[in-house]
Design a protein around this ligand. Structure first.
Ligand code: ZN
Length: 271
């Protein structure tokens, strides 16, 4: 496996001749105190980085790099009869990680919900001979080029039984993926942070920036919720171990309605 360079803050692989990670310099992320730092896969390995893999439900696994090698996401590996999807991508992998994922059936396709989740996507693609599907709308955020990169626009069946679409919001191409067989056939929505679970059970949220807490408009939240309103799912997994275990479609609709009321000013008298 090659040694590759990545941003030490967001973990996105980057072989461009640049001083600053464009993803972190953007208002949706942040540059750390002290400024930009880069790291390499060798440095990560020397720090003891490894991939931790947890079964979340039958045929769905969470992949998290520890110590943190990316924004802190838990990537998702969905097993299907037509091959496995790696959704959102850890910023790290090594031989042990490759062996563990191979035991789960490998990776047939890779897709990030949005550029913060690109991680080490090209490295994963090369390890498993899989394509990386990048939203055409967000293609300019890719920091490391390779022939494995393919662009997509909706509607798009990334694998049989998994359909990706782009409600947008957080990024213009912010995506979700509907896994029809998930949750015992009731349907699972992989939502990245296009739609993010929150600690209160049965609620989600939508933001332009999560670390900097920048909201979206009422119109955009209505569009995002509307884009998933016709999808059949009962459970939702976001990219930070957040889950709405049941009745998730109603949770999205209910949460959008509440959010829209607040950003529209319906409750200004209460503030
Ligand atoms: Zn970065």
């Amino acid at each position: 496996m090659d040694t590759w360079r990545s941003c030490a803050t967001c973990g996105v692989e980057n072989d461009l001749d640049v001083d600053v990670c464009a993803i972190c310099a953007d208002e949706r992320q942040y540059l750390p105190l002290g400024g930009q730092r880069w790291t390499t896969s060798l440095e990560r390995a020397a720090e003891g980085c490894q991939l931790q893999i947890t079964e979340l439900e039958p045929d769905l696994y969470g992949l998290t790099a520890f110590p943190r090698a990316d924004i802190g996401q838990t990537a998702l590996l969905v097993r299907t009869p037509g091959g496995n999807l790696l959704w959102d991508v850890p910023g790290y992998l090594d031989e042990a990680g490759i062996a563990a994922v191979t035991d789960l059936g490998g990776v047939a396709a890779i897709m990030a919900s949005h550029p913060h989740m690109y991680g080490a996507q090209l490295e994963w693609a090369r390890a498993f001979g899989a394509p990386v599907w990048v939203s055409a709308k967000d293609r300019a955020w890719v920091r490391r080029e390779g022939p494995e990169l393919q662009t997509w626009s909706e509607p798009f069946a990334v694998l049989p039984g998994i359909v990706a679409s782009q409600p947008g919001g957080h990024f213009p191409g912010s995506a979700v993926a509907l896994w029809a067989a998930g949750a015992d056939g009731r349907g699972v929505l992989l939502s990245g942070d296009t739609i993010a679970a929150v600690p209160a059970e049965g609620w989600v949220t939508f933001l332009r920036s999560y670390p900097n807490k920048i909201p979206l408009s009422a119109a955009v939240v209505a569009r995002v919720a509307g884009a998933v309103a016709d999808l059949e799912f009962d459970r939702l997994y976001d990219n930070f171990r957040g889950v709405v275990r049941a009745d998730a479609a109603a949770a999205v609709a209910r949460s959008a309605e509440r959010y829209i009321g607040w950003v529209r000013g319906d409750h200004d008298a209460d503030t």
